[in-house]
Structure formats: C-alpha cells, structure tokens
Design a protein around this ligand. Structure first.
Ligand code: TYD
Length: 136
C-alpha cells in the first residue's frame, strides 16, 4: 500500500523552529477541523475505524506514537516521532494509533467537520466496504 508522508519545511534560527501548515499548500485540502490527543494513557490503542470520505494529515507535534494503516489488503505501521513529519490518510483506510509516549501530542488536520456518519467502526464492515469499492 502506498504511504504518503510530508516533511514540512522548518523555519529555524537561533531562537528555535517554526512550522507553518497551510491549506492547499503543504496540506493537500481545505482544513475544516483540527483536533489533538494528549495524556494518552500507557498501553492505550485508539482509532479502530476508517472513514468513507474524510482525508486527514496526522502530525505528532510532541513525543512519539505509531500509526497502523490497513487498506483491507495490507497493513503498515508508520512511526510518527518528529513534529516536521505529516502522515496523509485518505478515505477507506483503517487506522489504529498506539505506542504513545507519555508526552505525545498527536494533532490531526481534517478536510471535514466531525460527522459520525462518515465513520466505519466495525472491521468486518470495513472489509466489506473496501471490497465493494474495488468492484466499482
Ligand atoms: P473517538 O472517535 O473515540 O477517538 P479515536 O478515533 O481517536 O479513538 O473520539 C473520542 C470522542 O471525541 C468521541 O466522543 C467523539 C468525540 N470527537 C468529537 O467530538 N470531535 C472530533 O472531531 C473527534 C475526532 C472526536
């Protein structure tokens, strides 16, 4: 499966580093929502869903975590451990987030507002959905 990551440009000087994320520039969509996870408890695994249409970019702005991506055929684990790295996740991709460091802050930019109707939260339903899509 094709994994798309971004290396964001760092504006660094002797004061430190600044990264700017802009819609339709270094983020490949209109940004309609931003949310972030922190204080994730040891051993927690979250996500366990796919989206029918939503596109997202994940950035672990502090600490580290791992993202499992699954297109219904193949699985891959992508470590996120640098604030200048973005992981692009398109529709119909099952994701699980795990191995959060104690200090991890995982930020997500999304191209749509929160809509529970866009979620596929059952793995068998996800497999049925992607197999139907591949027949279309
Ligand atoms: P949940 O879907 O369980 O998170 P994850 O996929 O990371 O396991 O979301 C946790 C709660 O937050 C749930 O009650 C829904 C709510 N929520 C929003 O209100 N807005 C959002 O943008 C998101 C992602 C979740």
């Amino acid at each position: 499966m094709k994994i798309t990551t971004f290396d964001f440009e760092e504006h660094g000087d002797d004061r430190g580093i600044l990264i700017s994320l802009e819609e339709n520039k270094n983020i490949p969509f209109d940004i309609h929502r931003c949310y972030f996870m922190y204080n994730t408890q040891p051993g927690v695994r979250r996500g366990f869903h796919a989206h029918k249409t939503l596109r997202q970019v994940l950035v672990c702005v502090r600490g580290s975590c791992k993202i499992l991506l699954d297109d219904g055929t193949e699985k891959q684990v992508v470590p996120l451990d640098q604030p200048n790295k973005g992981l692009y996740i398109t529709a119909n991709t099952w994701r699980e987030m795990f191995d959060f460091s104690e200090d991890a802050v995982l930020m997500v930019l999304a191209d749509q507002l929160y809509d529970e109707a866009d979620y596929i939260r059952n793995y068998d339903a996800f497999l049925a959905h992607v197999s139907k899509k591949s027949e279309e």
